[in-house]
Ligand binder design. Structure first.
Ligand SMILES: [Zn+2]
Length: 350
């Protein structure tokens, strides 16, 4: 006889099998005497299965993920969930209120992991988050966007050494998978050390909603839920595999000035192509910015005012530019077909 499914414990809360709730987990106090809480949605299925954590707004100004969480939680099929889904739409609540990437002490929460019990505010939050939430999970997806004035082509990043994370990346089916090691201080690095496969989704720009990035995110998480067996099997739909890239780097401004950009996200470029011009508003000086290698533009600075050394275009190497163009077009069409744009309807077929 299978063992009876136990309630899920989070903070001081017990969530019964077959129910969902919002749990406020206390994270300490600010000097204003304000309580610091992190709110987590918990959907605890009737049957056993993995515990998947979805996090957004670790950087408080990266808001696409917050909308992805909202649409995800409205999917009626979550009623048939196996295992447990924990969704934290706003991890950095203070940055979110301030519309800022950082914490009130100007630290970057996603450079403060794994943190410490007695450290700075960021370090304590990272520590509590790791202890109280991350360690309860078997898998995780962390939702990000580019930084302020920088947009990312929807992409997932996973460590090449982590087979489960790579499988999750493939089933997520974002336009491109970047194999990249995690940075020090990130939640992804801590998850890796704990043996919890974590997938990083990067899409769009800080403080903006990007409809395509949101749709790809909702569809991607839904795909991973199916892949992990947390949602029932479904009809196989033909889909185009994501592009893979093992190497990406930024083209930086070699001069300061005012920039005119000619290529956008998802465009392919050849080594030597002119990507932008930078000019001076007070002289005839003008210089071209060129691609140092061929690839797909997966990130771009949208602010035309640049200092020397500023990162302008993020280019990912791919095996074939021709194939890359076809893949990006096909995935974009598949996303639109799966999730038609209808006002008020966010629960398309994903
Ligand atoms: Zn971020």
């Amino acid at each position: 006889m299978p063992t009876k499914r136990q309630p899920f414990m989070l903070g001081s809360h017990q969530i019964a099998p077959g129910s969902r709730t919002i749990v406020d987990i206390p994270f300490g106090k600010l000097y204003t005497h304000t309580e610091l809480n992190i709110g987590a949605h918990v959907v605890h299925g009737r049957q056993h299965g993995p515990v998947l954590l979805i996090t957004a707004a670790l950087h408080g100004d990266e808001i696409n993920g917050v909308e992805i969480c909202r649409r995800l939680l409205k999917l009626p099929r979550l009623n048939r969930l196996k295992g447990t889904l924990i969704v934290v739409p706003i991890v950095n609540t203070y940055g979110f209120v301030q519309q800022s990437r950082y914490l009130p002490d100007r630290r970057d929460l996603n450079r403060s992991f794994p943190g410490s019990e007695k450290g700075s505010l960021g370090s304590r939050m990272a520590f509590q988050f790791t202890e109280q939430i991350l360690k309860k999970c078997t898998h995780a997806i962390d939702l990000h966007t580019g930084a302020i004035h920088r947009a990312n082509l929807p992409q997932v990043r996973a460590s090449a050494k982590d087979k489960t994370a790579l499988q999750m990346a493939e089933s997520f089916n974002a336009p491109i998978i970047i194999k990249a090691a995690s940075r020090d201080g990130t939640m992804r690095g801590t998850a890796n050390n704990l043996g919890i496969p974590l997938l990083l989704y990067e899409a769009g720009e800080a403080l903006r909603f990007d409809e395509q990035a949101i749709k790809i995110g909702v569809r991607g998480i839904s795909n991973v839920l199916h892949e992990l067996g947390m949602l029932p099997e479904r009809k196989k739909v033909a889909k185009t595999d994501s592009l893979f890239s093992k190497k990406s780097s930024w083209v930086r401004a070699e001069h300061d000035g005012i920039a005119r950009y000619y290529v956008g996200l998802g465009q392919t470029v050849q080594a030597g192509d002119t990507l932008a011009h930078i000019y001076s508003p007070y002289s005839d000086f003008e210089v071209a910015v060129t691609a140092s290698f061929s690839g797909v533009v997966i990130g771009r600075n949208n602010l035309p005012l640049v200092n020397e050394g500023e990162a302008l275009f993020h280019i990912a190497e791919v095996s074939s530019l021709n194939e890359a163009e076809k893949t990006l077009d096909a995935i974009s069409d598949e996303v639109d077909n799966a999730m038609p744009q209808m006002q008020g309807d966010e629960y398309g077929v994903v």
